[in-house]
Design a protein around this ligand. Sequence first.
Ligand code: AMP
Length: 202
Amino acid sequence: MTTPTASNGSTAPARRLLIVGPPGAGKGTQAVRVAEELSIPAISTGDIFRANVSGQTELGVLAKSYMDKGEYVPDSVTNDMVRSRLAEADAQDGFLLDGYPRTLDQVEALDGMLAELGTPLDLVLLLVVEQEEVVQRLVARGAEQGRSDDTEETIRRRLEVYAEQTAPLIDVYEQRGLVRRVDGMAPIDEVTAALREALGAR
Ligand code: AMP
């Protein structure tokens, strides 16, 4: 692949990345692929919450009460969790955050964390999908994987919450010139290729 380049025009590779898009856009699948190619960790807040739910930790019990309703886990809890994850050794040379930030408060918190680390964000990858297709994907995933938040009612609520609280974040990053849009409706391998290309583009 071509060497990804940071949007600030530096020749340093883009290695501090976000992947954004509505529930069911394929963020998790693509994040794992892109992160592997760049040898950086894919950090999914949803996966960390689910691991805590399975492990029946205090955090898991709290998170589940929100996740099952399709609501967001409170910002303070989520921000603390990400702060400690980004402090781990494997994230020092880059990361791909999947599913975070999701609120304006989380954007500010992340800005603060990255300022402390002295490492600005390089790019925001946005997966663009059609809502009806997304609902169908999520219903199918719920049936396959038995995810307790993939019922049709919860899916509808998650899409509403995304539109209200997360979609506005795109404008914020757009104003910073960081957003790269990729068609998330294409076949999985084509989406990965388009993301690779987006990373290579200044
Ligand atoms: P995901 O796997 O990214 O779709 O996340 C599943 C659920 O975990 C979401 O519907 C939220 O309840 C919770 N969650 C994941 N990431 C966040 C976040 N950044 N802020 C708040 N809640 C989150």
